[in-house]
Design a binder for this molecule. Structure first.
Ligand code: GCU
Length: 333
């Protein structure tokens, strides 16, 4: 699988280089590529379009981003590798997809790490996040900003998940990441890692019994057509991250960097509001499709089962430092 992925990325890199090198239209217009895996109706697409508009406006038209939705340039992993080599300039991926590039990103996927939305926003807008973003600077990319991707919950084809026993024997699609695999196993299910773009078909064909994600996937990706029970396990709040190619960044002037950073941060705030509206809209639309939302979930039981993951982070010296900073923020220190 790994070899296939490298093959795909190098073929695509050659294709992108041969067909249209990201270049200047005239000597002072730089056109950049930004692929992502969601469709045009998803709020993240709208926020990335907003980012591109802000960058163009603030630079008087000299910095342009072309956005490629729908995973047309590959899965999240492939988009990260393309960003790393500079074949594309930036991409939006789930923080979970980044953990094999630097272990620190795995922190964001630790189940029940954030106590609530305020704690999550505070950490994501602090130096804890930017220190983690910088951990991949030497490997070709870094994080520029985050976009709210809601709370992840379990949803299944035809049975609610209220207790860990309810997950027993269920094949649950997870993001291709060690943290997600371990989490699902500890919570009681049988993890089946696969790229997001394959989930709808896997649900439809019964290859999996369920998956876990925020509510937008029910509508934007049609999962609610097949999965009828959405259970609020609220097991993780994992941000989406906008990552940027170091190669491209190093070619910018200080002023250009400031413009892009500002556009990114403004689009992140813009996204927060859009996100809240979209969650409400998705829940209403999913109910119309016959999806039942279950609030009566024994979250305590799930939280206890994943405690070994917190323990593992605390006993790793480098990870523990970040973990403690996140806990201190929760205590308001
Ligand atoms: C979320 C996230 C995506 C990710 C997806 C997944 O929807 O926003 O970036 O691809 O989860 O489960 O893979």
């Amino acid at each position: 699988m790994r070899r296939l992925s490298i093959g795909f990325v190098s073929a695509l890199t050659c294709f992108l280089a041969a067909c249209s090198t990201p270049t200047a239209l005239s000597s002072d217009v730089t056109v950049m590529r930004l692929p992502h895996n969601m469709n045009e109706s998803h709020p993240i697409h709208q926020s990335l379009v907003h980012f591109a508009e802000l960058a163009e406006e603030k630079s008087n038209g000299t910095l342009r981003f072309d956005i490629f939705p729908n995973g047309q340039l590959g899965s999240e992993r492939e988009a990260i590798e393309l960003t790393q080599t500079g074949a594309v300039d930036a991409t939006k991926v789930s923080a979970t997809a980044l953990e094999s590039f630097s272990p620190f990103y795995a922190l964001f996927s630790i189940p029940y790490l954030f106590v609530d939305q305020d704690h999550y926003y505070e950490v994501m807008e602090s130096s804890i996040a930017t220190d983690i973003y910088d951990s991949t600077s030497d490997s070709g990319f870094f994080g520029l900003t985050y976009y709210d991707a809601g709370t992840r919950n379990m949803y299944t084809i035809n049975q609610p998940v209220r207790e860990p026993e309810d997950l027993a024997g269920l094949k649950i699609r997870v993001q291709p990441s060690e943290t997600a695999i371990q989490m699902t196993r500890l919570m009681g299910g049988a993890p089946t890692p696969m790229a997001f773009g394959e989930v709808y078909t896997a649900l439809q064909q019964g290859v999996i019994d369920g998956t876990e994600n925020n509510e937008t996937a029910l509508i934007s990706n049609n999962h609610g057509e097949v999965a009828k029970d959405y259970s609020y396990t609220e097991h993780a709040i994992v941000p989406d991250l906008l990552i940027f190619s170091k190669l491209r960044w190093d070619s910018f002037s200080e002023e250009e960097r400031a413009i892009i950073k500002e556009a990114a941060d403004e689009s992140s705030q813009f996204h927060k509001e859009l996100w809240a509206e979209e969650i409400e809209r998705s829940v209403e639309a999913a109910k119309e499709l016959g999806v039942t939302f279950h609030e009566d979930v024994n979250k305590e039981a799930f939280r206890d089962l994943v405690e070994p993951m917190h323990e593992a982070v605390r006993s790793n010296e480098e990870m523990a430092e970040y973990y403690e900073r996140i806990r201190a923020m929760e205590r308001g220190e």
